[in-house]
Design a protein around this ligand. Structure first.
Ligand SMILES: NC(=O)c1ccc[n+]([C@@H]2O[C@H](COP(=O)([O-])OP(=O)(O)OC[C@H]3O[C@@H](n4cnc5c(N)ncnc54)[C@H](O)[C@@H]3O)[C@@H](O)[C@H]2O)c1
Length: 372
């Protein structure tokens, strides 16, 4: 008889057995991972660790108060870590020690220095670790990268982006870590955008920034404006705020999470090139129509680059299962995500000091003082 998975789908006889996955942290994000694991015919949810001890009948598997107890009892092949940022590195180290593959939510650590401990362990232990910058798994992002590689907009000149939404007050009032150092709009939201800008435009050489706590009056910033110079010479800017109403940002432009209203044809990033412009993730491509001497006086045409829609969290889970099985290298490695974290932290430093921060020097200084 053909076996039936939890999701009720049938598996062909030659399919490998589902990967036995546990989840550490069953809050807002952990529950989304739990639902995705239940839906996947390639995964089986075997355990959850969360000190708040959610109801196992609701979660659909045994629940443990801590990660160590969960690892001892359930021996999962893979763990999705979705606990508070400050616990990410230690939790990942314990899971790696237990021989499990890890999908670690972003940011991979609450600071760049501690991310380096994890980068080092992953490399020494040849651990399988994927960082949860799920937007990189979105098909529009892969298509945008392809278009840039084919020079569909000529040579990249500049990039600009925006993410803004008014988070509910309870998000800060009810969850203490959301208003403490190690969170804030930079580490919770901007980190995704800067990761994607690195993925699309390459490494950043220098960063400038201005941050504000004006709208919410918390210790952590609620709004930040960042200026970027990429190693290629491209310049860019990004504005992020968790305190203002807006239709602009990745989360509104995709149907990835029900927490945001969906704005069809929405834009998160604008890429400006010598022969065209491309907005992401709607993939509107603008070029001048004139066959001879196309320039700013020519009419502009707009076409949309086609791509097959796919939810990036689902695509990320599928990829994680391949990583756990040793069949794929992580699309977002610890080393790669650590560079994104360095960029966020450098932006915070630039905002605090009013200086331009050189990324290579910033990373070297911290790596040196960390190792010294
Ligand atoms: N990828 C994304 O788009 C995305 C979106 C939201 C949040 N996140 C990330 O997911 C993580 C969780 O965020 P959230 O919004 O779900 O927070 P949350 O506060 O809703 O959930 C965190 C959960 O972790 C639990 N927890 C606390 N200590 C723990 C421990 N020692 N072991 C196991 N569990 C523990 C808490 O009880 C809580 O249930 C954060 O790192 C956040 O940055 C990612």
């Amino acid at each position: 008889m053909t076996p039936v998975t939890r999701a009720g789908r049938t598996m062909a006889g030659s399919d490998p057995p589902p990967v036995r996955i546990a989840v550490a942290g069953a809050g807002f994000m952990g529950r989304q991972h739990i639902a995705l694991i239940h839906e996947s015919p390639r995964a089986q949810l075997v355990a959850v660790a969360d000190p708040s001890l959610p109801d196992p009948t609701e979660i659909g598997c045994p629940v443990y108060p801590g990660v160590e107890a969960m690892l001892d009892a359930a021996r999962p092949e893979a763990v999705v870590i979705a606990n508070p940022n400050a616990l990410h590195v230690d939790t990942a180290l314990v899971c790696i020690d237990a021989g499990a593959a890890v999908l670690l939510e972003k940011p991979m650590a609450s600071d760049f220095a501690s991310s380096l401990r994890l980068v080092d362990t992953v490399s020494r232990r040849r651990a399988r670790l994927l960082v949860g910058h799920q937007r990189r798994h979105h098909p529009a992002v892969a298509r945008a990268r392809e278009a840039l590689g084919e020079e569909a907009i000529g040579q990249l000149v500049a990039v600009n982006g925006l993410w803004a939404a008014r988070k509910d007050d309870a998000y800060f009032d009810d969850v203490p870590w959301h208003r403490q150092r190690g969170a804030g709009v930079s580490l919770i939201n901007l980190v995704h955008d800067l990761d994607l800008l690195r993925h699309l435009c390459g490494e950043v050489a220098e960063v400038q920034a201005m941050a504000s706590t004006h709208a919410r009056g918390l210790d952590v910033e609620d709004t930040i404006s960042v200026g970027l110079r990429f190693e290629s010479g491209v310049v860019g800017s990004f504005l992020a705020s968790d305190s203002g109403v807006s239709p602009w940002g990745w989360d509104q432009a995709t149907e990835e999470t029900l927490a945001f209203p969906y704005i069809p044809d929405g834009v998160a990033y604008r890429l400006v090139g010598t022969r065209g412009a491309l907005s992401v993730p709607n993939l509107a491509l603008y070029t001048y129509e004139a066959a001879v001497s196309p320039d700013w006086h020519s009419p502009l045409s707009r076409t949309y680059l086609p791509f097959a829609p796919r939810n990036s969290f689902q695509a990320q889970l599928d990829h994680f299962i391949d990583v756990a099985a040793g069949a794929a290298e992580p699309l977002v490695s610890a080393e790669d995500a650590s560079r994104t974290l360095a960029l966020v932290e450098a932006a915070t430093l630039a905002a605090a000091t009013g200086t331009t921060v050189d990324l290579a020097r910033f990373r070297d200084d911290i790596a040196w003082s960390d190792g010294a």
